[in-house]
Design a protein around this ligand. Structure first.
Ligand SMILES: NC(=O)C1=CN([C@@H]2O[C@H](COP(=O)(O)OP(=O)(O)OC[C@H]3O[C@@H](n4cnc5c(N)ncnc54)[C@H](OP(=O)(O)O)[C@@H]3O)[C@@H](O)[C@H]2O)C=CC1
Ligand SMILES: CC(C)(CO)C(=O)C(=O)O
Length: 299
């Protein structure tokens, strides 16, 4: 199948590489440095299952989605609008568009930009870019994708390419579960510059995370997403299972990238306002990360 990856970063390169290795015709749409290197040397994939160069196409032009029957949309949440607008005029009528992004409303926002359905996926993977065209896989790699007319066929194709994929009618709930984990950890790790293990040991941090959690659950409930107490254990388990980890928000700040905080704690704050639910702790964490971004950017 012809497959395009919009946003050739950690997630897009990893899944693009697996699909190319499975024999699909994949084009990565990304920034010039990556595109030049992939065209010259291929994409270097480093994972437990395979390490080596993967040959695939690469382009800086969003028009490269043109003939794809499957489009993996893999930009950060803050780029959904602009990247969606870039691909919209070029998509073929029968293309299946899958949003592989964190945050709970990317597929919905992308659908609005495209004027057609984009299906949400929950991405359970840990990947990172170690160079312009060098992606490292740190673990997991499965997807949960939303139900639609062609989802079952796409799930089969992905699973056959070593991307275990299930179709679910409860993807939004699963995205919310992830969002709550991110709201609890990401900003705190970014502001304090501490890894999760140190945060767990610091006085007052767990009660603070609990306040974030309670606000998130109240907002989710008011938004029609019933999340339950068991999620609190999952929040704590993340920190205990990866004590040396710094959140993606912390990593974005360090690398000079815009973080997704507006779509994590910022999203909870926005929804809280709509539903009349106070979210003071999420609002404080969101604002502090924004201040750090502004300070870094010299604003
Ligand atoms: N990395 C991970 O392990 C996981 C990530 N996720 C989620 O997946 C999504 C993608 O994350 P990730 O892959 O890490 O992010 P990356 O920043 O590594 O990748 C996104 C890439 O898209 C590029 N890009 C953005 N807009 C365009 C455009 N218009 N044209 C071409 N390229 C563009 C970015 O370039 P530039 O940076 O120059 O803007 C960047 O290289 C996020 O929502 C994230 O939260 C979910 C699970 C795990
Ligand atoms: C699960 C967690 C919190 C791991 O770091 C993450 O998704 C992130 O950093 O964005």
């Amino acid at each position: 199948m012809k497959i395009a990856v919009m946003g050739a970063g950690a997630v897009g390169c990893y899944f693009g590489a697996l699909l190319a290795r499975a024999g699909h015709e994949v084009v990565l749409i990304g920034r010039p440095a990556l595109v030049d290197k992939v065209r010259r040397d291929g994409l270097w994939l480093e994972s437990a299952a395979y390490t080596g160069a993967v040959s695939l196409q690469a382009d800086t032009d969003a028009a490269a989605v043109g003939t794809a029957q499957l489009v993996l949309f893999c930009v950060k949440s803050g780029d959904t609008q602009s990247a969606g607008e870039a691909i919209a005029p070029h998509l073929s009528n029968d293309a299946f568009v899958l949003s592989l992004q964190n945050g709970v409303d990317n597929a919905q926002r992308l659908s609005a930009v495209l004027g057609r359905e984009a299906v949400a996926a929950v991405v359970y993977v840990a990947t990172a870019m170690a160079g312009d065209a060098h992606v490292v896989h740190h673990g997991r790699g499965e997807l949960l994708i939303g139900a639609s007319r062609h989802s079952a066929g796409i799930a089969t194709l992905l699973t056959q390419a070593a991307i275990p994929t299930q179709v679910s009618g409860r993807v939004v709930e699963a995205l919310w579960n992830k969002l709550v984990v991110n709201c609890a950890w990401n900003a705190l790790s970014a502001i304090s510059r501490q890894p999760y293990g140190r945060l767990l040991e610091s006085e007052g941090v767990i009660p603070l995370m609990r306040q974030v959690f309670d606000e998130c659950l109240a907002v989710a409930g008011a938004s029609g997403i019933p999340l339950g107490e068991p999620l609190w254990k999952a929040v704590l388990d993340i920190g205990m299972s990866m004590p040396g980890q710094h959140s993606s928000t912390a990593q974005d700040l360090t690398r000079g990238k815009r973080s997704e905080i507006d779509h994590l704690n910022g999203h909870v704050v926005r929804l809280g306002k709509i539903h009349g639910i106070p979210t003071p702790v999420n609002a404080t964490l969101h604002r502090l990360v924004k201040l750090l971004e502004e300070e870094r950017d010299g604003r």
